[in-house]
Each structure stands twice: as structure tokens, then as C-alpha cells.
Design a protein around this ligand. Sequence first.
Ligand SMILES: [Zn+2]
Length: 247
Amino acid sequence: MIKLEREVEPQGMIDNKAQWQSDLQSAIANYGSYKKIPDKEKQKLISFYRNDAVRDGLIKSSFGKCAFCECIPSEGGNIEIEHFKPKSKYPELTFEWDNFLPSCRKCNGSKDSHDTGVEPIINPYDIDPKDAFYFNDIEIRASNSNLKKQAEKTIEVCGLNTVRLWKPRADILISLRIFSRSIEEATEELANADTDRKRDNRIKKLREAIDTIEMLTDSAEKYSSFCCDFLERSDAYLKAKQLVENA
Ligand SMILES: [Zn+2]
């Protein structure tokens, strides 16, 4: 999970949401509760938030990734518009822009109607997940902070420590280890450079190795928080970074 910034609310939502919400509230009043509205009628009443402007705005803000697990849903299905506070429990937030998140089907399904009002989880638009999580090997963990309870609940509710995420993290870990080895080798070669020309060439090589590994931490890359966390704790990377900066 990475920190996300909300895009501007689409004009179509601003212009129409009061009417859509009012129609939904009338149906709730007629039938006695949100739950009691006949399914077909309910689907029609709530369908208006599912439009391209909303979807595009959310996808842009999350670099096309699921806001929770950082997979790219377009590779295995479409991104879904998820209500942070579930509309079944908070129907008054059905058309609220700030209540939307782009999510993959797995996270959306796993979170289901979990009541974030009662048991809060991390919303990456509002809280920097960097302050809440770290990785231990391929497992995500809650950091020891005032966000610990929320972070643990997020991991549980969205299923962030399951095989479907361990597998891609393990694949990335292999790449990170391979790139780390290149950095270590380039660092060693640099230490053994006995002429200025060799030294310049080897600094260049080290810089390239650093650039390669840093590409994985770009926000648009899948699971970039996992890669950032790895590099922040990689001695080989930190040492190489310092060598290049001082060169
Ligand atoms: Zn997801």
C-alpha cells in the first residue's frame, strides 16, 4: 500500500449526486431500510456512481493499482469502485467521492461489508501506509505505532498476508536479490579501481545498477511499497548510494 492523493471530484458527480442520494433515501424511507429495497430497484438506484469519470479518476490517482494490495487489476479483471465505508451500512455515503477507492476484486470481496466506522482500517488517501506497515521477508506486518491496531485490521480484512500476494512478492524478492548482487559486485569493483579512468567507469556502472533497482520502487510499479521497504533496509544499496553521492 502506498500513499495516494485524491483526484478532483468529477463534475458529473458534483452536479447529480444530491438527486441520486435523495432518490435512494426516498426508497429507504419507503421500504423501511436499505436492506429491504428490492435488489433490482436498489441496483438501479445505486448504479450511477459506476461511470467512466469516477473510474478514470480513481485509476489515475492509484497509478492503475489496487489501493490496498497494489496489484494491477487490469491484468486479471477490471478495477472496482469500492466504498471505504460500505454503502450497505452507510447508504448516505453511496455517492460520496471521498468514500471511493479503486480496488481489485480480491480485496473488495475480502473487505466486503466490513464496518470501517466501527473497526477502522488504513485508508491510503488519508494515512501514509509507510507509517503503518513494514515487510518481513514476503509478509506484511503492522508497525509498532499508534496505527498498529488499524494496520493489523487492514491486513486481516483485505487479506494482505495470503498466498495470492506472497507469490508475486516472492518473485519480486528474487529480482531484488539479483539486483542487490549486481550492486555488491559493482561496489567491490569500484573499491579495486586503481586508475581514475577505471574509477569513473565503475562509478558509472554502479550508478546504472542503482537506477535499475530503483525502477521497482516507482509508484506506478506493482507492489512498489514492498520494493521501497526492501531498499530502505538493504545495506548494499545504502552503501552504494552513498558511494555514488560522494563520487
Ligand atoms: Zn487488491
